[in-house]
Design a protein around this ligand. Sequence first.
Ligand code: CP
Length: 313
Amino acid sequence: MSWNHRHLLDIQSLSAEDILTVLDTARAFKAVGERAIKKVPALRGKTVVNLFVEPSTRTRISFELAAQRLTADVINFSAEVSSLKKGETLKDTARNLEALNADIIVMRHSAAGAPHFLARFLKSSVVNAGDGAHEHPTQALLDLFTIRERKQTIAGLKVTILGDILYSRVARSNIWGLLKLGAQVTLCGPATLVPPVFRQLGCRVTYDLEEAIAEAEIINLLRIQHERQRQTMFPSIGEYTSLFGLTQGRLARTRPDVLIMHPGPINRGVEIDSEIADCGRSVILEQVTNGLAVRMAVLFLVNGGKGPQEIAA
Ligand code: CP
């Protein structure tokens, strides 16, 4: 088990073995988080910059805490009060951060490909924390970690991703990761938001919600990505909820062992009934908790770590 990537830009370019290396390393870091002293010196003397040019709650805080747990110095860059507002280019901003000896730049950006662009010229490691509608690799890794922890294995598992697939980076990263680990992936939502072209990746596509959720062992709900939609994709929120919202009545017609997942932020009463978000089958907050261990693993690995064998039990 050996990781050899300087950046984490997407899930598409990872192998199944790479993904399992991250998950196993995260498991070791989760055990560290259960000790009285939760910090390890793995990144002592290193600097991690959180370069978030788009809003975030979970991802940014989770990366900040992960870097702190690894004893790195952490800088949180706020686009709103930065020189990006004065016309500085992203390239110049990133090169200035590197000039200040940033070892790892964690970036969220509204433009697909922005982290790949930085990785072409920076000596620092680059971690994609979400780029436009393209990918959100650490979200998929924490989702896979949560699924594996709850269901023991991912191969053969029936996973339904429900909602706005077209504009969702979480959907793309999850699809790549789930398929690489052998899951059966079903996509469902309004036809305007779930193009049939996803079948070419190996997913089942259906517009019949009842069919999509009946046999699912995992239902991963996505919110409507209003900020990325450039046109009206369905008549109204009310109609979306009536056709594709996960209601108590619909949940009653699923498997008793189904797990409900959501990357957040959730829109209660739109894609998910409020009671379902808080019910015993929901692992939404567990996903957030696991995100810390997964992001510790990612920072450790892109900084030269090889795998879980290097983390003291
Ligand atoms: N899931 C997720 O990326 O949430 P944030 O936008 O709050 O980081």
